[in-house]
Design a protein around this ligand. Sequence first.
Ligand code: SAM
Ligand code: CA
Length: 248
Amino acid sequence: MAGSSEGVEDKGLPPILEQRCILQSEALSQYILETSVYPREPEALKELRQLTATDLRNAMATGPDEMQFLSMLLKLMNAKKTLEIGVFTGYSLLATALSLPHDGEIIAIDTNRKNFELGLPFFEKAGVAHKVDFRQGLALPILDELMKEEKYKGWFDFVFVDADKSNYMNYHARVVEMVRVGGVIGYDNTLWNGSVVAEAMAERPFPWYIMDSRDAILEFNAYLAADPRVEICHLSISDGLTLCRRLS
Ligand code: SAM
Ligand code: CA
């Protein structure tokens, strides 16, 4: 809200326009999905989303509006080599695979192979399974292994980070070296259910698993804002997405 009221009063606009953040309206969010996202969602992604919806943890899947945005970004960047940390059933991974050229390459890391395998038939059906190199295990040791190979320094065009929030700082320390200069890292959930402003939302108590990682997200957001190695853009799409473009 900061800084918005001045301009609004000057132009005599109604106070509703002070609400700049679309996350404040479920109805607006639904409007975007139904008008612009679902009608253009590739069939394989739609089917994977529907399968994932039957899983109790389906809220972990990346929002279709966010992936529509990232799919366009990947194409605008001509991205060919990407890294994903946190796969679940593969909604963001499949959207990425569909956005890369036929010889695109994705290294995808998750501790859980079963969930990845649930989604795998949709990759096969869409003809993009060959782009994915799935590595099962904890992300930090896998990243450390990758970094030992000279090839992976400045190798990736795009990195999507969507695993344990308490490790975002540790992931950043590594992936900022692995993405090429001019490449982009996307950190998901950087508004963390709105809990980043929990004090201002006292009427809405947050569950323990949100509050548990809240300090890590706050610390991470503050760190990125001051990190001279990257240009950042903190978007209020979905649950918050921070894009970092590597500068040096
Ligand atoms: N990007 C996915 C999508 O669009 O469906 C959602 C990812 S989900 C929010 C987070 C995933 O991170 C889970 O599948 C979990 O198994 C994985 N994960 C959590 N901690 C991890 C770790 N330390 N190393 C590797 N994977 C981890
Ligand atoms: Ca997420």
